[in-house]
Write a protein that binds this ligand. Structure first.
Ligand SMILES: [Zn+2]
Length: 292
């Protein structure tokens, strides 16, 4: 991911009933080439859609999508849960996303008042490189789990997909070291973490891709992972990203999930959208609104 800037401000914690969601931002910038991300759209249509959502979601030339790389902390009920751990720090055998890229994720975590020892659970919504990076830290020539007490969780399907054949280097660096300390658990895609937090199956982007729903005291938020990479996919849910392993399944899932949560006052926070919102039906597809 080139062209990622270091964001200057820490987003404000979001209250959802008795829980608090803290976005933990690693970087933001016009990182994704629009055409390569959405090859199924013809150029004119893509240009119009990207233009319609403006500067928040694309660079000024509109050829690149402005994306954020973030994870989330879910606090409350005596638990510290992290959802996705971004690109991560320097690792062996791994070309860094950009030569001068320095991940600010650990400082975002510290700014949220979370020390690594406090983390109970780390959920990887899926096992792409930009969601698992800080699972481990490279220190004194060794890779070790960044969160010494945490149970790390991903779906069994995602794990077997990512470890089939020769694993990619980010799997070797950020996932496999968790076995040595017996901190990695796999689960079903529909899994309850506690009374207010659960995983929601959302296959297609990857086979075991999940979302995280927080439902507390009548308020609800969904950490929507990579269900969409740009809001044009709310208007056109049939359009999957080039990174989706199964574009057809991804589109089916997208439509089902958007339909399920629209107009229910649900706050919708995809991993890579610089700004989320409350999911509403629109004349064409869906949209994100500022209020429930
Ligand atoms: Zn991603």
């Amino acid at each position: 991911m080139p062209n990622l800037d270091i964001p200057s401000a820490q987003p404000t914690p979001i209250r959802v009933g008795a829980r608090t969601i803290v976005p933990l931002v690693e970087a933001v910038g016009p990182a994704l080439p629009a055409r390569a991300t959405y090859p199924q759209l013809d150029q004119g249509e893509l240009q119009d859609l990207v233009e319609a959502y403006g500067d928040t979601y694309s660079g000024s030339s509109r050829t690149r999508l402005r994306v954020i790389c973030q994870g989330f902390a879910i606090l409350g009920a005596g638990q510290v849960i992290l959802v996705d751990t971004c690109l991560g720090g320097p690792k062996p055998n791994r070309p860094h996303p950009r030569a001068d890229f320095v991940s600010r994720w650990p400082s975002a975590l510290a700014a949220a008042g979370i020390s690594p020892e406090h983390v109970d659970t780390v959920i990887n919504t899926h096992l792409h490189h930009d969601h698992v990076g800080w699972n481990t830290t490279f220190e004194a020539g060794k890779l070790r789990p960044t969160f010494p007490r945490a149970r790390y969780l991903t779906t069994a399907e995602e794990y077997s997909h990512a470890t089939r054949g020769k694993p990619q280097v980010h799997i070797t660096n950020s996932l496999l070291p968790l076995h040595a300390t017996q901190q990695l658990d796999t689960c079903e895609p529909e899994t309850r973490i506690d009374q207010e937090v659960r995983l929601i199956p959302a296959p297609g982007h990857t086979p075991g891709h999940v979302l995280v729903e927080i439902d507390s005291q009548g308020q609800r938020a969904v950490l929507a992972a990579d269900l969409i990479h740009h809001p044009l996919q709310l208007r056109r849910p049939d359009v999957s990203a080039a990174m989706c392993t199964d574009p057809h399944q991804s589109a089916v899932t997208r439509r089902t999930i958007l339909h399920r949560y629209a107009d229910t006052g649900t706050l919708f926070l995809p991993s890579h959208l610089p700004k989320g919102g409350y999911l509403r039906s629109a004349d064409e597809g869906w949209r994100l609104a500022e209020t429930p």
